[in-house]
Design a binder for this molecule. Structure first.
Ligand code: A3P
Length: 289
């Protein structure tokens, strides 16, 4: 339709067998040579795992729950997306401590982050919801290749032929990396459960956030509030890039929406393949709450 064709979809290429936007591959040397600082905090996720959510939570922690300070700029400017913005002047000029974002699989993270022993927060989301969210994101974001039909996108996801690579390798790679590095590995599903045993409140304990601040963080980072926050809901992107009328960036924010997308046959096939791909890891996910 007219909206779909108003902007050309991005081309893709590969680095180390991982599918990435061509603009990222074209500047790979610069990205690989990114100069991390010891006090950088890196937020790493597979795309659509809850990146924007954890960014807002982290920003609120860093600013003692001051919502006005957290509205100083868009998510995009507060926490540069290292492989997307051109490394150089912008990130170099940022005062320390910086908080940065990446979707890179662990083996493609610029070595400087390991050399500087930076702290990293990784957020993982169950495969089915992550896939559904990624599908809708491809529909609305012209920086992504066209997703094709749901069925086609499902196949591409299972084959790892999607941007930023194979979900299965991504979550497993980062899971293994936490054995040797300072990585806080979180789950979207746990964050959703505010008061559960592994829920939001428990997860934030290491940050020693006072109760009044914690209450503010919980409120300010709910899906409903973030959906209306112009500094977090990606409506700051030009409509030619992200078309929220096709599917809003803040789409549903739930666990289990995959049930509205998978047919019984697709689900069986997915589960069988999933068991094989995830057989050699201690990593487990909750597909519903
Ligand atoms: P859905 O498409 O399932 O709604 P990312 O920031 O990594 O691109 O992830 C986007 C996904 O996180 C979207 O999922 C979005 O709605 C969801 N999300 C964003 N903010 C959230 C919040 N405060 N609570 C729950 N989910 C949130």
């Amino acid at each position: 339709d007219i909206l779909e064709s108003s902007m050309t979809r991005s081309e893709t290429d590969e680095v180390g067998g991982v599918l990435l936007p061509k603009r990222v591959c074209d500047r790979w040397d610069q990205i690989w040579n990114f100069r991390a600082r010891p006090d950088d905090l890196l937020i790493a996720t597979y795309a659509k795992a809850g990146t924007t959510w954890i960014q807002e939570i982290v920003d609120m922690i860093q600013h003692d729950g001051d919502t006005e300070k957290c509205k100083r700029a868009t998510t995009y400017l507060r926490h540069p997306f290292i492989e997307w913005v051109l490394p150089g002047p912008f990130t170099e000029a940022m005062p320390s401590p910086r908080t940065l974002k990446t979707h890179l699989p662990v083996q493609l993270v610029p070595p400087s982050f390991w050399e500087q022993e930076c702290k990293i927060i990784y957020v993982a989301r169950n495969a089915k919801d992550n896939l559904v969210s990624y599908y809708h994101f491809h529909r609305m974001n012209k920086n992504m290749p066209a997703p094709g039909t749901w069925e086609e996108f499902l196949e591409k996801f299972m084959a790892g032929q999607v941007l930023w690579g194979c979900w299965y390798d991504h979550v497993k790679g980062w899971w293994d990396a936490k054995e040797n590095h300072c990585i806080l590995y979180l789950f979207y599903e746990d964050l959703k459960e505010v008061r559960g045993e592994s829920g939001f409140i428990v997860l934030l304990l290491p940050f020693r956030v006072p109760n009044v601040v914690l209450d503010k963080i919980i409120h300010h980072t709910t899906f409903e509030i973030m959906k209306d926050n112009p500094m977090a809901n990606y409506t700051f992107q030009p409509p030619a890039v992200m078309d929220h009328s096709i599917s809003p960036f803040m789409r549903k924010g739930t666990v289990g929406d995959w049930k509205n997308h998978f047919t019984v046959a697709q689900n069986e096939k997915f589960d069988e393949d999933y068991r094989k791909k995830m057989s050699r890891t201690s990593l487990t996910f909750r597909m519903e709450l």
